[in-house]
Design a protein around this ligand. Sequence first.
Ligand code: SF4
Length: 303
Amino acid sequence: MNLEEKISKLKKEKKAIILAHNYQRPEIQDIADYVGDSIELSRKAMLEKDAEILVFAAVDFMAESAAILNPEKKVLLPTLGARCPMAQMLTVDEIKRAKSHYPNAPVVLYVNTLATSKAYCDICCTSANAVEVINSLNADTVLFGPDRNLAEYVAEKTGKTLIPIPEWGFCPTHLLFQPEDITVLRQQYPDATVMSHPECSGEIRRVSDFVGSTSKMCYYAKECSAKTIVVATEEGILHRLHKENPEKRFVIAYEGAVCPNMKLTTLDRVYTALKEEKHVVKVPEKIAKKARTTLEKMFLVKS
Ligand code: SF4
């Protein structure tokens, strides 16, 4: 029996499902029950009533969110060290400091935050629904963290003032894209359309034809008429894009756009996680209760 078959057998025996983020390795995406972005995976996890174990092939904050939303299920993160550096950039002290300067501004946090920070915000958002979440608030000034680029993008789209907390939060992988690379690719593929993630810099967004979350990119790639699409987000998504659109060509805007933390999950680690039921992700109920409210409020916003 190969590793994939062993994983599949264990999954059935233990009533487990595997949820993989769009940035995971191709072989992980191929054994997953669902592949998607944070919001898609969280929703799927909540709908899987019969599952007893959720294996999150992703990074820490996504597994934490799943544990918060599914307290009755065992949530496993195959690699303990799979941490999103952006999520580590925002501390509770930073939120409190910002709030002391803007006491009337609601705090909106990107789901790429730790549970302790989520517990201190008013509502969460993902890159797929950030614009709708901000528009749903009866406030013109909003404290937003931790991604400065996403804050800028949402401010452009909503016309509201978004104060980034911290001032400098970023995704190290999305900052690697440079507008010069897009210029070269546009010369090489004159008919191509360019799509980028809102975690990219404003310079990249401005030279893109489409800006959106990974789920929106997948939708756009299917719907648009372009036969060649240049992609400015983590390279793992190309696997899903190729699978869903075999007749189209996808070109990564920068080949080094690899999130090392997303790539820590391997088939071996998924197998061990399922076999030994590790590493269990637990959030203390006091924090989970508050963080759950902020995630549930997000799900109520139509997007
Ligand atoms: S791609 Fe960026 S935001 Fe996503 S997990 Fe990696 S570091 Fe975090």
